[in-house]
Design a protein around this ligand. Structure first.
Ligand SMILES: Cc1ncc(COP(=O)(O)O)c(C=O)c1O
Length: 450
């Protein structure tokens, strides 16, 4: 039986009178009859205002790495509240957290805090331009780096065919100056030759190569170790700074993030999501020589940076991630979840593969996972898109968009796993029977506009 969203639907109508799309981020709008409003969340579970309970694999797009309302972090945040908020002055705690980050991520020699991933990446690009004196920059197709003008560009794949050459680069939003495109270059992931050609031709203008090596916004498609090491060397040779956006992978895929997993060091890196278990805090960090430009030469600040609640939450979250086996618990759960899902799909002869890291894994309905965004656009994700609403109805929240990986938190326990697999099996069978009813047609190709 379908869950009721009567109260959410009603609230949506009301919210629409004051809030565009009835929500506070475009990505929270799932349609007039599907947008969910949250009552509360705890651990790995979330309850909506209709009283529906879900096991949540979105976790706010990754931040709640320990689980919602984690008592250890919330106690620290409450103590942070007693400190007083924001002062247009610093506290001693900021040093403690910077010290912890530098210990966990060796490339993070110096640290500056921000409120969001967007702000941290903005600071990183500014620093790279200031350091190199070069304004152009490179992004990787399929990557996401926030909602600001320089990075809100993408390559629409809807009608793209490889024979057409490179896909067109367009802004994600109206209101983004077209002039920016003159500074931006896009390259496909895992093709170091393409990057080398670009650097040879335009390296004298390019100050930064910005990459999300495990694309947490594109099914966790991951750069190979070889590619990252090649890119590292190319950047060095062409005096381009390598900015590694670890907003999703940071403190999640390893204590030292993707840089530890792949054994390389960024010039600059950015962190946010897992850093404060959901409290709004982010950081740009990197080589001392670059970071020291902040001050005399590079402007960086913000009224709300390092609010005493957020920095206290980050201090406790990072302490837990660094000093306890939380990341192992998370990874093990992810492995068992993928094994269970794999078993269910295999029993039914459904081709599939997993990409990325078990703590933020992408699920593909094909045995050959894509290695870049162009490959992804050619995959058939209609089965996922049919499955996701069934999972929602049965009590699992995953992203309706197949590009978002499934995030795991420390609070996902055995009961979550057992229920998830039970629900997953039911949902798969529902979709299979729908497909059968639709006269046994194979899942149709259904490319999206992004
Ligand atoms: C890799 C990456 N960079 C930057 C951002 C922007 O972060 P925020 O939404 O905190 O501004 C995101 C958000 O999802 C992200 O995944």
């Amino acid at each position: 039986m379908s869950r009721s969203l009567a109260r959410s639907n009603k609230h949506y109508e009301k919210a629409l009178t004051r809030l565009p799309l009835g929500v506070t981020s475009n990505f929270r709008y799932w349609g007039a009859d599907k947008t969910i409003y949250v009552d509360h969340a705890k651990g790995g579970r979330l309850w909506d205002i209709d009283g529906n309970e879900y096991i949540d694999y979105r976790l706010g797009y990754g931040p709640c790495i320990l689980g919602y309302a984690d008592e250890r972090v919330d106690a620290a945040a409450r103590a942070g509240m007693d400190v007083g908020g924001v002062f247009a002055l610093s506290t001693e705690r900021e040093y403690n957290v910077a010290e912890r980050i530098a210990k966990m991520v060796p490339s993070a020699e110096l640290v500056r805090f921000s409120n969001s991933g967007t702000e941290a990446v903005m600071a990183a690009l500014r620093l790279a331009r200031a350091y190199t004196g070069k304004d152009s920059y490179v992004m990787v197709e399929g990557g996401y780096h926030g909602v600001w003008d320089a990075v809100a560009w993408y390559t629409p794949m809807k009608n793209w065919e490889p024979s057409q050459g490179d896909p067109e680069v367009v802004p994600m939003s109206a209101g983004i100056p077209k002039l920016i495109k003159e500074l931006l270059h896009m390259v496909p992931m895992n093709d170091a030759n393409r990057l080398e050609d670009l650097f040879k031709a335009r390296g004298h203008e390019i100050g930064a190569f910005l990459i999300e090596p495990m694309m947490g916004n594109c099914c966790s498609i991951t750069a190979t170790r070889q590619y990252l090491h090649d890119v590292r060397e190319l950047c060095r040779r062409h005096e381009v700074l390598m900015i590694v956006d670890e907003v999703k992978t940071g403190f999640r895929v390893a204590r030292g993030g993707i840089q530890e997993l792949m054994g390389f060091k960024a010039d600059l890196c950015t962190f946010a999501k897992a850093m404060g278990n959901g409290y709004p805090i982010a950081a740009v960090a990197g080589r001392e020589e670059i970071m020291r430009l902040i001050g005399d030469e590079v402007l960086h600040g913000g009224t709300f940076t390092c609010h005493s609640v957020a920095i206290a939450a980050a201090e406790k979250t990072l302490e837990i991630l660094d000093e306890t086996p939380a990341l192992k618990t998370i990874k093990d759960y992810g492995v068992r979840l993928q094994q269970g899902i794999g078993r269910i799909l295999k029993q039914r002869g459904i081709a599939h593969s997993f990409v990325g890291h078990p703590s933020m894994g992408g699920l593909f309905f094909s045995s050959d996972p894509p290695t870049n965004y162009r490959d992804w656009a050619k995959t058939d994700y209609s089965f996922y898109e049919a499955l996701a609403p069934e999972l929602h109805d049965l009590g699992i929240i995953c992203e309706p968009d197949s590009r978002e990986p499934w995030f795991i938190c420390e609070a996902h326990d055995q009961s979550c796993l057992d229920e998830t697999l039970d629900i997953f099996e039911q949902a798969v069978d529902k979709v299979l029977s729908q497909l059968k009813t639709a006269s046994g047609k194979a899942p149709k190709k259904n490319r999206r506009s992004l």
